[in-house]
Ligand binder design. Structure first.
Ligand code: ATP
Ligand code: MN
Length: 527
């Protein structure tokens, strides 16, 4: 391959390390950074500095006449002028030009060749390059030879701060997106997850424009039929954990698109939470954290570099990134047929929502737009205590269009393919956080199995008194007494009070969206 010339981007660094593989990036990372080491499992251990989660408040989007009508402006998509973007970009380029070498990763987003996006990542830390090499779809050598001009750019100068006196910036962190030029610029955060979610945000703009639904969900497929099932959910609700399922083929753990042909994964890797990871509870993920994987912000033994997965002294949000083929039953290419089931995962720290409920199409829309969960020691900077959150489409921070756009595409596809909808609570049972306990992972896995086997389609149900959804009352391998939450609370009055309080939070939150949905969807919420 001829040497890469990035002068058109203003980059004058001579030593550009273009498309290095994991072994080379390991070497570079260990030589360049004193605190980067190899774990005894073979994974590369790296640190992201002060930011150990995303910084959603520091995201900015360029307001441009070409896309201004399309974007859902507000607290998720905070508008900046093109000139502000230029200032940030130049600052990033100036910083990168002070480095003696740079890393460039060329790779794809989207497994369906029809919708594939060519992404170029430019960064100064080998760890960032390895992360994106892992998380994007790795081209073959032939595909790299003919890669040509990228469709999208990520310019990561995360080690260098933004200037907070720049118009529209409020901190030393800045994650800026220009939809016109398809560029993302990162300053003041070295959290690698910003890059992956930046690609997702771009897809969330460009895919709906082509009539394709982009989704914050994991996906698995039935080995025999090739039909899929998607699991939506906010951070920590179980998308990654529950999609690593030896009975199914893995399509992906976080970002997918639904086209007229079926679904495809956007990514080539998975990004699992590593806190309290054990080989017993999550064998597939545990064994994927080997040579070629990146472990972030974990604590390890100086003696043998064994990782202490229970140690959260750096952050609760420790993570492991690994190529998707490290999961044995991954389906390559990561595409599958239309979903038979759409599952909404919620981690309800109030302990009110049933472990599994069947939803009508209207209830599905109501819950999709609400996007409820409770944040438990989260991915975002500054969150350590549980708190109810609502995030439309179960991924508000990454949506670019108004949530109604995604809801419409989802409703239309679910109707067309007669998809069943489910709400699964992976959170608390027997009381709220502090009194009750989190539903055992094994039980949630049994619930997901029963959805996939079809057993729950005709299972007996009882309407939830507050939420109106049909709580499933009999599920193979799950004790019936936990399926109706009020039965698990010692104090019934407290249950009723808490349920009313949660229902009130749902109603308050939905007010913002009520005018944009049908009367049937409005009526599908809690009474
Ligand atoms: P993100 O969007 O941040 O990647 P995610 O939805 O993929 O989040 P997971 O990485 O799957 O979330 O995290 C779920 C965490 O909760 C895991 O650490 C898992 O071990 C734990 N957990 C405990 N009980 C359950 C349960 N009943 N169901 C699912 N996960 C559970
Ligand atoms: Mn995940």
């Amino acid at each position: 391959m001829s040497p890469l010339d990035l002068r058109s981007q203003g980059l004058t660094v001579q030593n550009i390390k273009h498309n290095l593989g994991p072994a080379r990036l390991y070497e570079e990372a260990i030589r360049a950074e004193a605190d980067t080491v190899i774990a005894n499992s073979g994974a590369l251990i790296a640190y992201s500095g002060t930011k150990t989660g995303r910084s959603p408040k520091d995201k900015r989007v360029v307001r441009h006449p070409g896309s201004a009508q399309d974007v859902w402006w507000g607290s998720v998509n905070v508008a900046i002028e093109g000139s502000t973007f230029q200032i940030a970009k130049e600052r990033a380029i100036d910083y990168l030009n002070t480095r003696t070498s740079l890393y460039v990763v060329d790779a794809f987003a989207g497994w369906d060749p029809e919708y594939r996006v060519k992404v170029r990542v430019i960064c100064a830390r080998p760890y960032h390059a390895l992360f994106m090499h892992t998380m994007l779809i790795r081209p073959t050598l032939d595909e790299l030879e003919t890669f040509g001009d990228p469709d999208a750019w990520i310019i990561n100068a995360g080690q260098f701060p933004a200037n907070r006196h720049t118009t529209g910036m409020t901190s030393k962190t800045s994650v800026e997106l220009n939809l016109e030029t398809r560029e993302m610029v990162i300053l003041g955060t070295e959290y690698a997850g910003e890059m992956k979610k930046g690609v997702f945000t771009m897809m969330n703009y460009f895919m709906p424009r082509r009539g394709v639904l982009s989704m914050h969900c994991s996906a698995t497929a039935d080995r025999e039929t090739g039909q899929s099932s998607v699991l939506f959910g906010l951070s920590g609700t179980g998308k990654t954990t529950l999609s690593a399922d030896p009975k199914r083929e893995l399509i992906g753990d976080d970002e997918h698109c639904w086209t007229d042909k079926g679904i495809f994964n956007i990514e080539g890797g998975c990004y699992a939470k590593a806190i309290d990871l054990t080989p017993e509870a999550e064998p597939d993920i545990f064994s994927a954290l080997r040579f070629g994987a990146v472990l972030e912000n974990v604590v390890y033994s100086e003696y043998d570099h064994a990782v202490d997965f229970a140690n959260d002294s750096i952050t609760q949000n420790t993570r492991g990134a690994y190529p998707i083929e490290f999961i044995q039953n991954a389906r390559i290419p990561c595409v599958a047929g239309h979903p038979t089931d759409v599952i909404f995962l919620t981690c309800d720290a109030f302990g009110i929502l049933p472990p599994v409920s069947r939803l009508t199409p209207e209830q599905a829309m109501y819950h999709f737009i609400s996007g409820y969960t409770a944040k438990v020691a989260g991915t975002e900077v500054g969150v350590t205590e549980p708190e109810a959150t609502f995030s439309p489409c179960f991924g508000g921070p990454f949506m670019v269009w108004h949530p109604g756009k995604y809801a419409e595409l989802l409703a239309q596809r679910m109707a067309q393919h007669k998809v069943a909808a489910w709400l699964v609570n992976t959170g608390w049972s027997g009381g709220s956080h502090g009194v009750g306990s989190r539903i055992k992972l094994g039980l949630t896995r049994a619930i997901i199995d029963a959805i996939h086997s079809g057993a729950l389609r005709s299972a007996p149900t009882t309407p939830d008194p507050q939420f109106g959804i049909l709580a499933v009352t009999q599920c193979p391998e799950v004790p019936s007494e936990i399926l109706v939450p009020s039965n698990t609370w010692a104090n019934k009055t407290q249950f009723d009070d808490t349920a009313r309080r949660l229902a009130g939070l749902f109603r308050d939150n939905f007010k913002t969206y009520a005018s944009g949905v049908s009367a049937e969807v409005r009526a599908a919420g809690p009474s």
